[in-house]
Design a protein around this ligand. Structure first.
Ligand SMILES: O=C(O)CCC(=O)C(=O)O
Length: 295
């Protein structure tokens, strides 16, 4: 879905935008089905190994993972886009409704950035006894540029965060500091998960960016944001993807970016799931050890 001029201005002025209704259920369902299959596969293996005693096969996508995780957290090990490399996910990274929105902010030469994640924010109540959710689930205040290398400082890398269930104050959503992107990079520290140094945290009233399934929260790379706690009894599934202009530094040059859309060179668009898979497998196999975050 294309953004309206008002939405583009909102993004440019405040450094974020909650765009509802960008994606349809038909856009999202193949990804959900692929993830549900992966969960099912992992559950069968853990069951065969005696690590879980209940498969919860009839539970919904929103509930099942939490019930399996409570029995064996191993279910969530390496459960990210680059680990699964599924075909439905690859197709989704090139989804027309999504790219139409991306194009309104970045133009028609678009690359999919390799910083991309699946997040399963677990219901807090399901994890009684644990100290607190980890910092991948309840991400502390940060700017996304802090997880890119400094060579990409001049690159416009925009975050497109989209829930696969309604993201609300109860299930956990983004909390955002409006307009702060105008300050540029704020110093971060590694302690407590890559986070803005407390003394540098601006005194700005944050906004709670609730977003229904089908919507997208779009953020400037300098916009401070954090994830709030999931107090519901479902898993707050989400994807966070990033796009940049083709040719710009991605902030993770050792990992594969790919051309997702191009008006000038349509032949450069990567449309092969197999090739994308190989690009990632080669990059990960090279075992090149690089710091992914600035701190
Ligand atoms: O999904 C979340 O709760 C946090 C995501 C986030 O902070 C990000 O995508 O940069």
């Amino acid at each position: 879905m294309r953004l309206t001029m008002e939405q583009v201005i909102q993004y440019q002025t405040h450094g974020y935008l909650v765009a509802e209704g960008v994606l349809t259920d038909e856009d999202l369902q193949p990804v959900i089905t692929e993830m549900a299959k992966e969960i099912d596969l992992r559950a069968s293996v853990l069951y065969a190994e005696g690590k879980i005693t209940e498969l919860h096969e009839t539970e919904s996508f929103e509930r099942r993972y939490a019930l399996l995780y409570a029995q064996c957290p191993e279910i969530g090990r390496a459960f990210d886009i680059m680990d699964i490399l599924g075909e439905a996910m690859f197709e989704f990274l090139r989804n027309d409704n999504l790219l139409d929105a991306v194009e309104c902010l970045l133009g028609s030469e678009l690359s999919c950035n390799p910083i991309q994640h699946i997040r399963a924010k677990l219901p807090w109540k399901a994890r009684e006894g644990q100290a607190e959710p980890n910092t991948f689930e309840n991400v502390p205040w940060h700017q996304d540029c802090a997880v890119t290398t400094p060579d990409s400082e001049a690159s416009e890398i925009i975050t497109f965060w989209m829930p696969l269930v309604d993201a609300t104050a109860e299930t956990g959503c983004m909390e955002i500091m409006p307009e702060v992107f105008k300050l540029g990079y704020l110093e971060h520290q590694a302690e407590g998960g890559t986070t803005i140094v407390p003394a540098q945290l601006p005194h700005v009233q944050p906004v709670l960016a609730e977003c229904r399934k089908g919507g997208v929260v779009i953020m400037n790379k300098y916009t401070p944001h954090r994830g709030t706690t999931n107090n519901s009894d479902i898993v707050r599934w989400s994807l966070d993807l990033r796009y940049h202009k083709t040719g710009a530094a991605s902030g993770r040059s050792h990992l594969p970016s790919f051309v997702a859309r191009s008006a000038a060179h349509p032949e450069s668009v990567l449309d092969s799931h197999q090739e994308w898979r190989l690009l990632w497998q080669d990059a990960l196999a090279s075992k090149e050890q690089r710091s992914l975050h600035r701190v």
